[in-house]
Design a protein around this ligand. Structure first.
Ligand code: PBG
Length: 327
């Protein structure tokens, strides 16, 4: 019988009972901090479109890692910004490239950190696309796979704990799995950016990674924001090709996809609170229009509630600090 017998407010009376009935928690160890390591700089440089985020020189990359670890964040996602780019992304497969250099330093100085690397060509190609191009500017899907695979192996050799391909080429998970296995990295897991949408919310990141396409856009490989069923198919295909973890990206506008993925698959799911989501909260908070701490904790809770096991977020160290205060 409904009201007046049913009164859901009874279980909201105060903080003690609210804590008892709370369904979802976020802990610092659920958060992964993305970091940008840049070749050829000697000082950290702030990234304008992402207030509080930096380009780090290799010889300081341990600084943000240590700071975050002191707050309970244990995992990191590394993006490289190389000094040289060309049509075939040569610097992406270089065993002494920017990401391998950072990995070796971090493995030495911060051996407790779990290091994930982003695998994609857009930061390493002069045209800024995530795969190789033919003379007419079309993506050469199948020819891009060995390059992505070689990049993954270079990262694994330098110490990557997990590989995260974000390029959205067809077949890349299978190609990367086979290459890792052949090189002896059978135990290195793959977190696939499996349902990655062609989103305007990556705008600030492209400044950070210097990876905006020179011509055209990414609609030929990243997904149409209108397509939910197709997202489930992409997730399933990557699982079949050998992904260990599936990611949905961006976060907040795509929680329906995350919730559907949670129902459909039993593997761990990650979600990426992307640069645009970060910068929107930062911008509104800077103007006093939103409470930053509350907005961050609410958005992270919503992503966990929708089904994420872990969340990639630029807020990781701050959020971890706030979570410890409130715990
Ligand atoms: C590389 C890549 C992008 C992001 C992660 N990996 C950008 C893009 O696809 O254009 C976005 C991350 C963010 O916006 O925070 N392909």
């Amino acid at each position: 019988m409904p009201f007046p017998v049913q009164r859901p407010r009874r279980l909201r009376a105060d903080g003690r009972v609210r804590a008892l009935v709370r369904e979802t928690v976020v802990r610092p160890e659920h958060l992964v901090l993305p970091l940008f390591v840049m070749e050829g700089i000697s000082e950290r440089h702030p990234i304008d479109a992402m207030p509080g985020q930096m380009h780090w020189p290799v010889d300081q990359i341990d600084v943000p890692v240590r700071e975050a670890m002191a707050r309970g964040v244990k995992s990191f996602l590394l993006f490289g910004v190389p000094a040289s780019k060309d049509a075939v992304a040569s610097s992406a497969v270089d065993p002494d490239g920017i990401v391998p250099q950072a990995l070796r330093r971090l493995k030495r100085l911060c051996p407790e950190a779990w290091l994930i690397t982003d695998v994609c060509l857009c930061g390493y190609t002069d045209h800024g696309h995530c795969g190789l191009l033919d003379t007419e500017g079309h993506i050469r899907n199948d020819d891009s796979l060995p390059v992505l695979a070689a990049m993954s192996v270079a990262h694994a050799r330098a110490g990557a704990d997990m590989i995260a391909p974000s390029d959205m080429m067809d077949g890349r998970i299978g190609a990367i799995r086979a290459a890792l296995d052949a090189a002896g990295f059978v135990e290195t897991p793959i977190m696939s950016y499996a349902a990655k949408f062609s989103s305007c919310f990556y705008g600030p990141f492209r400044e950070a990674a210097h990876s905006a396409p020179q011509k055209g856009d990414r609609k030929g490989y990243q997904m149409d924001p209108a397509n939910g069923r197709e997202a489930l198919r992409e997730l399933r295909l990557d699982l079949e090709e050998g992904a260990d973890v599936l990611m949905v990206k961006p976060g907040m506008p795509y929680l329906d996809i995350l919730a559907a993925a949670r129902r459909a698959f039993d593997v761990p799911l990650a979600v990426y609170q992307v640069s645009g989501e970060y910068s929107m909260i930062k911008a509104a908070a800077a103007r006093g229009w939103i409470d930053e701490k509350a907005a961050v904790l609410e958005s992270l809770t919503a992503m966990r509630r929708a089904g994420a096991d872990w969340i990639l977020t630029y807020f990781a160290p701050e959020a971890a600090g706030w979570l410890r205060e409130t715990a």
